[in-house]
Ligand binder design. Structure first.
Ligand code: PGA
Length: 244
C-alpha cells in the first residue's frame, strides 16, 4: 500500500448538457465518504455551475484544457487563472485527443502545466502510446519521452497513463503491461524529482469500467484512474470510485 491517496477523475470530453448537473449531484451524494479524491471534468461552459454546486465538498471540479498564457488575444481559449477563479481545482492536459485533434506537442503541454500550477490548479498530464508504437516495441520509450517533455519541474502534478488504443475501445492492457508501464513511469519520476517523485500519483486511463476497476487499481503504482465513458453516469462512476 502506498501513502498516495488515490484519485478517480471523470473526463466528460464533449458530452453533457446543463441538465447533466443531475449526474454531478448523484455523484456528490454517493461519494461523500469516498476514501479517494474524486474529480468531475465537464466541458468548459459547465465548469462554473458545477463548481458552485460542488462547493468545498468531496467532489472537485476540473477542466479538460487551458491556455499557457494568462490572458490576451487567443480567440476561443481559456486561461488557467479564469478556471481557478470560477472554482475549478484541476485541469486535464495533453490528452491524446487534444494531441491528435489540436496538434498539441510536449512543449505546449508543459507550458500549460506550468500555467495551471501558477494558477493553483492541479495539472493532470496525460501520456500514452498508440497501438502502432506498442506493436513496434516502442511503448515505454514513447511514454517516457512524452513524460520528459510534458512535465514541469514542479512535482505538484498528477500523471495519467492512457494507451491511445485503449481509450473508448473496451480494450485494456494486461495487468502485467500496466504494472510494467507504471513502474517505468515511477522510476522516471523519482529520477527526475527525487523523493518527491514517490508522491506523484500515476492514474491509469482507457476503458476503465466498474467491472475491471478493482483489478486495475490493485496494481502497484496505479493510484486511481482517468475515466471517460464510464464517468458520464453517476452509477457507473460511483462503482469505480468504490473500487478505489
Ligand atoms: P474511456 O476514456 O474511459 O472512455 O476509455 C478515457 C479517457 O480518454 O480519459
Amino acid at each position: 500500500m502506498s501513502a498516495r491517496r488515490p484519485l478517480v477523475a471523470g473526463n466528460w470530453k464533449m458530452n453533457g448538457m446543463p441538465d447533466a448537473i443531475g449526474e454531478l449531484r448523484a455523484t456528490m451524494a454517493g461519494a461523500g465518504d469516498a476514501r479517494c479524491d474524486v474529480l468531475v471534468c465537464p466541458p468548459f461552459p459547465l465548469v462554473a455551475d458545477f463548481a458552485r454546486e460542488a462547493g468545498e465538498g468531496a467532489v472537485g471540479i476540473g477542466a479538460q484544457d487551458c491556455h499557457p498564457e494568462e490572458k490576451g488575444a487567443h480567440t476561443g481559449d481559456v486561461s488557467a487563472s479564469l478556471l481557478a477563479a470560477i472554482g475549478a481545482r484541476a485541469v486535464i492536459l495533453g490528452h491524446s485527443e487534444r494531441r491528435a485533434d489540436h496538434g498539441e506537442d510536449d512543449a505546449l503541454v508543459r507550458a500549460k502545466a506550468e500555467a495551471a500550477l501558477g494558477a493553483g490548479l492541479l495539472p493532470i498530464v496525460c501520456v500514452g502510446e498508440t497501438e502502432a508504437q506498442r506493436d513496434a516495441g516502442e511503448a515505454e520509450a514513447t511514454v517516457l519521452g512524452q513524460l520528459d517533455g510534458s512535465l514541469p519541474d514542479d512535482a505538484g502534478v498528477v500523471v495519467a497513463y492512457e494507451p491511445v488504443w485503449a481509450i473508448g475501445t473496451g480494450r485494456v492492457p494486461g495487468t502485467d503491461d500496466i504494472a510494467a508501464m507504471h513502474a517505468a513511469i515511477r522510476k522516471a519520476l523519482v529520477a527526475r524529482h527525487g523523493e518527491a517523485g514517490q508522491g506523484i500519483r500515476i492514474l491509469y486511463g482507457g476503458s476503465v469500467k466498474p467491472g475491471n476497476a478493482a483489478e486495475i487499481f490493485a496494481i502497484d503504482d496505479v493510484d486511481g484512474g482517468l475515466i471517460g465513458g464510464a464517468s458520464l453516469k453517476a452509477d457507473d462512476f460511483l462503482g469505480i470510485v468504490a473500487a478505489a
